[in-house]
Design a protein around this ligand. Structure first.
Ligand code: BES
Ligand code: MG
Ligand code: ZN
Length: 509
């Protein structure tokens, strides 16, 4: 698949002495509650005189509110015009790395609008590792465009291949350059996942997703195995096979092994739901917004994005990714409400709604992973329930699991990455709700607590290993109720990649 995944920005760390303002866009940031920040004193050295600086510092207070910006065109010393972008930083004690990420995105989007190809970002924030990572995330992630299906002459901007960004720092250049490099690799992985998730269902079916996964072998660090329908039938992966039965596009089980850690050390297992299109099957969905169900593969795309990032960063860890992929269609060969399925781990499931298909493919993937890899912990990503969106809205993902330690670690990391994740409880009562009269369990638990009963279902398939399930139904793409973020353009977000890669990098899992 000719999917484009490159982040076409060059970002480097520079001193004021190394930059030339005349051919660029110079970005300064001002707080609404600080009259004259210290860093402005050094700016004289690059040709901004006191008059210009006071013009900027005296700008209307509203322009200094968080998220606002104002463009100045001023005459330089040799009569040339300089473009200066003032970005509002809001209150000084509220500027955290989440806000800096937003500001990074605002800068890129403004630069793009102005066709500025050279951007110089002054040191208006403390150059900590976290802050530099955040600004680079914002600068890069905001520039994503899904253009593959547009007539290039009409719509494609010429921004990507020309954009050069200098971030000013007075010290730590080598260390910060390293952060920039890593962050751009992660951004590239997010772009890869967004490209996959945004792809239309007629161009991305389970086989095509598997082909893309196989391309990750290029780095020589990942081994990819794909099980086809017949192999899955023979192995008894009946959940995946059954959900896939209604479609001409047969199901695939994609298994990715990344073994660059200590040999023999138990891996982290990542599982991702990849329903390339979810019509609901025989329990068919209403047609309104059904097109959005192309995003029902986002969990799987997140797992592929994470594995891509690991292999490019060459992290010394062991991770296994498992991505069950199906298309959920109604047809005479479809599985039905009333069917009883025997899952890979031997448990039987009464199907009461074929639209609760995600759990029927994840369960097999989870028990396959548990059996073959004895992981030290498991995280699954899935656009699993509309109920999760009702519970938490479309800006926060839900997390449910059997291990509070693991959950708390993920929740904490998510707050730093800006990919907010919040815990829902998994009390015994929820397990009661999915008991079946005719099988071990049923695939729906009634109208109440739907995000949790879905997780309760999955808990039957992890063999009590430490496990956390992340429901990204509301956050995997921008949708009704999504609060716009500069670094999440419309469409797929790649939610979960940044949080997870950071945790793996810091050896937190
Ligand atoms: N893929 C959907 C969940 C979903 C819905 C994600 C809307 C994002 C936006 C999932 O397969 C599904 O259909 N779930 C059902 C479960 C129900 C039948 C128990 C749902 O949420 O309605
Ligand atoms: Mg469904
Ligand atoms: Zn689904």
């Amino acid at each position: 698949m000719g999917i484009e995944t490159f982040v076409m920005v060059e970002i480097s760390i520079k001193s004021y002495d190394d930059v030339n303002l005349t051919d660029g866009l110079f970005v300064v940031g001002l707080h609404e509650d600080v009259d004259y920040p210290n860093y402005l004193e050094k700016i004289n050295s690059i040709g901004l005189n006191e008059k210009t600086i006071s013009l900027i510092t005296n700008a209307n207070k509203n322009a200094k509110k968080f998220g606002k910006n104002l463009l100045f065109l001023v005459k330089g010393e040799r009569d040339e015009y300089l473009r200066i972008l003032l970005v509002g930083l809001g209150k000084q004690d509220e500027l955290d790395s989440n806000r800096i990420r937003q500001i990074g995105g605002i800068i890129s989007l403004k630069a793009k609008e102005l066709f500025a190809h050279n951007i110089i970002i002054s040191n208006f924030y403390k150059n900590t590792v976290d802050n530099v990572q955040s600004i680079v995330e914002g600068l890069s992630l905001s520039l994503y465009e899904f253009n593959k299906y547009k007539d290039i002459s009409e719509d494609k901007s010429n921004f990507y291949d020309l954009c050069n960004i200098s971030i000013i720092s007075e010290d730590l250049h080598t260390e910060l350059e390293e952060i920039v490099k890593k962050t751009l690799i992660i951004a590239q992985s997010v772009f890869y996942a967004r490209d996959l998730a945004n792809s239309p269902p007629n161009h991305l079916n389970p086989a095509q997703l598997a082909t893309s996964a196989i391309s990750l072998e290029e780095t020589n660090k990942v081994k990819v195995k794909v099980l086809d329908k017949y192999q899955m039938e023979n192995l008894g992966l009946n959940g995946i096979v059954s959900v896939g039965k209604g479609s001409e596009n047969p199901p695939k089980l994609i298994i990715l092994e990344y073994n660059q850690g200590i040999s023999g050390e138990k891996p982290v297992l990542l599982v991702g739901k990849a329903v390339t299109f979810d019509t609901g099957g025989i329990s068919i969905k209403p047609s309104d917004k059904m097109d959005e169900m192309k995003f029902d593969k986002s969990g799987g795309c997140t797992v592929l994005g994470i594995i891509k990032a690991l292999s490019m960063l060459q992290l010394p860890i062991n991770v296994v990714g498992i991505v069950p992929s199906v298309e959920n269609m109604p047809s005479s060969s479809s599985y039905r409400p009333g069917d009883i399925l025997k899952m890979y781990n031997g448990k039987t499931v009464e199907v009461l709604n074929t639209d609760a298909e995600g759990r029927l493919i994840l369960d097999d993937a989870l028990s396959y992973g548990v059996e073959h890899y004895s992981p030290k912990c498991i995280i699954d990503f899935a656009t699993l329930t509309g109920a999760c969106i009702i519970a938490l809205g479309s800006n926060v993902a839900g997390i449910v699991g059997n291990n509070d330690d693991l959950i708390q670690k993920i929740v904490r990391s998510s707050m730093a990455s800006g990919e907010k994740i919040w815990q829902l409880p998994l009390f015994d009562e929820y397990l009661e709700l999915i008991k079946s009269n005719v099988a071990n369990i049923k695939n729906i638990g009634g109208r109440t607590g739907g995000a949790i009963t879905a997780a309760a279902f999955l808990s039957h398939f992890v063999n009590e290993l430490p496990w956390a399930h992340i429901d990204i139904a509301g956050t995997a793409w921008t949708q009704d109720g999504t609060i716009e973020k500069s670094y999440n353009p419309k469409g797929a977000t790649g939610f979960g990649i940044r949080t997870t890669v950071k945790m793996l990098e810091q050896n937190l899992l």
